[in-house]
Ligand binder design. Structure first.
Ligand code: SF4
Length: 456
């Protein structure tokens, strides 16, 4: 069996499963956030009754992160709906925006978008917060009401996005009926060269197979190139499995996975026991692909879908209005570090917005010094508009006052993951997806640029 089949077989209590089987699997964790959480709660209450109790309050993780730093009152109220439900159900893991369990959330527009407005529990973007807070464990099943739940496949987990109806069912029963996906195999050879990042790996793969090339399939990544990648890099790749239509993306378990997960579960006092899955020698794949990392170049996925791959060199004359670094794909500490290496001592030529995915990442950037300056200062000095309000921000547009949102038909190069029409705001705006390094070089040039021209 493939890694995905092995996890699903175990979660279904079966010795063997194969692609196409319909099986009931037990969930280890259900995650929801402020956009889908209220809807999921509504389904749960409608189907199980107003007085019903969730299947396991220890296994539900609720992370407000999407429409948080906005004066839109309905968005603010969504966070309050989550808090009321958490209190009612005794849910253990809720990363509230405010500290008071009986309070209400209201964004203070007068304070502006740059200054931190969250309390001590807030955790930022759910897919980055889940591993940081110790909720991703190898060999487990994670369902989340968000398509990029597949990010946790970096940790040898079966992790997939589900809709509110399914999530309401999982909330009540802890189970879900799943069709076992076929598995596509991506063997990564070699090592990335300077200026090329893991984002380029996944943009290359999606460019090869198309934005629907993995529809309802597992994407399994392994080989020496995969082993050479950091956990942040693996997250970037697994995160974008859904941009090829994938059911999930998954990596093998190794010492890097173990170190990360053990540290994070200990740090946060979350469940530390887990059982990874290892590849079977006779695992069968529906397709085989080899990606030579040494040969990859900095890439850009052009408007209007993540499969529209071109090299940054080919697009060098394409003028841009805006650059954006952030999100569960490109808003990690390591992403900002690569970005900062390129803009250090230089000045961006276009509006450039920086949104750390989590408060911990914002803290990393504000407390790590390069000489006399923190990385945060390096970014601000280069003209990057950095907000302390970690979250999804403009990655998916959001209410009109969202930080970095495109309210006019602009062209933006972005370290995010999705570029369908209207994704970051105005329906006629255009989003060009690239690595943090390519976004940084392009921000300096005011047009698409190859980051290798900016590194020594
Ligand atoms: S950062 Fe973007 S892709 Fe990630 S969860 Fe938020 S909206 Fe979705």
């Amino acid at each position: 069996m493939t890694l995905t089949e092995k996890i699903l077989a175990r979660a279904a209590g079966k010795r063997q499963v194969q692609a196409g089987d319909n099986i009931w699997v037990n969930a280890d964790v259900l995650m929801t956030h402020d956009v889908c959480g209220p809807g999921t709660i509504g389904v749960f209450k409608r189907e199980f009754g107003a007085q019903a109790k969730v299947w396991d309050p220890e296994r539900i993780v609720i992370i407000p992160d999407h429409y948080i730093f906005t004066a839109d009152s309905k968005s603010n109220r969504n966070v309050d709906i989550l808090r009321d439900f958490v209190r009612e159900q005794g849910i253990a893991h809720f990363y509230d925006v405010i500290d008071s369990p009986n309070g209400t959330w209201k964004f203070d527009a007068a304070k502006g978008q740059f200054v931190r407005q969250y309390g001590s529990h807030y955790a930022g973007v759910c897919h980055s917060a889940l591993p940081q807070k110790g909720h991703t464990r190898p060999g487990e099943v994670l369902f989340g009401t968000d398509s990029h739940t597949c990010t946790a496949g970096a940790f040898n987990q079966f992790a997939t996005g589900i809709g509110n109806t399914d999530a309401g069912f999982v909330m009540g029963t802890g189970k879900l009926l799943i069709k076992v996906p076929e598995t596509m195999h991506f063997r990564l050879e070699g090592r990335l060269r300077p200026g090329v990042m893991s984002k380029d790996i996944i943009l290359h793969i999606i460019g090869e197979i198309g934005f629907d090339g993995a529809t309802y399939r597992a994407m399994q990544f392994d080989g020496p190139g995969a082993a050479s990648l950091s956990m942040d890099d693996r997250m970037t790749i697994a995160n974008m499995a859904i941009e090829a239509g994938g059911k999930n993306g998954i990596f093998e378990f190794d010492a890097k996975t173990e170190e990360y997960v053990n540290y994070r579960t200990r740090l946060n006092g979350t469940r530390g026991a887990y059982e990874p899955v290892a590849p079977d020698p006779d695992q069968k794949f529906m397709t085989e692909h080899v990606v030579d990392l040494d040969r990859l170049e900095p890439l850009v996925a052009c408007h209007p879908d993540p499969g529209q791959r071109k090299t940054a060199r080919e697009l060098e004359q394409l003028k841009l209005d805006r650059a954006y670094i952030g999100s569960c794909t490109g808003g990690k500490t390591s992403d900002f570090i690569e970005f900062a290496r390129i803009v250090r001592g230089r000045r961006v030529a276009i509006d450039t917005f920086g949104v750390p995915a989590t408060p911990e990442i914002a803290r990393d950037l504000q407390t790590t010094y390069w000489g006399a300056k923190t990385i945060w200062q390096v970014l601000v000095d280069a003209g990057v508009q950095m907000t302390e309000n970690a979250g999804c921000a403009a990655c998916l547009g959001g209410p009109v006052d969202t930080f970095g949102r495109m309210n006019t038909p602009l062209k933006c190069i972005s370290a995010t993951n999705r570029n369908f029409p209207g994704r970051m705001g105005h329906k006629e705006s255009q989003v060009f997806l690239a690595s943090p390094a390519t976004v940084a070089a392009s921000a300096l040039a005011g047009k698409v640029a190859d980051p290798r021209d900016y590194i020594n």
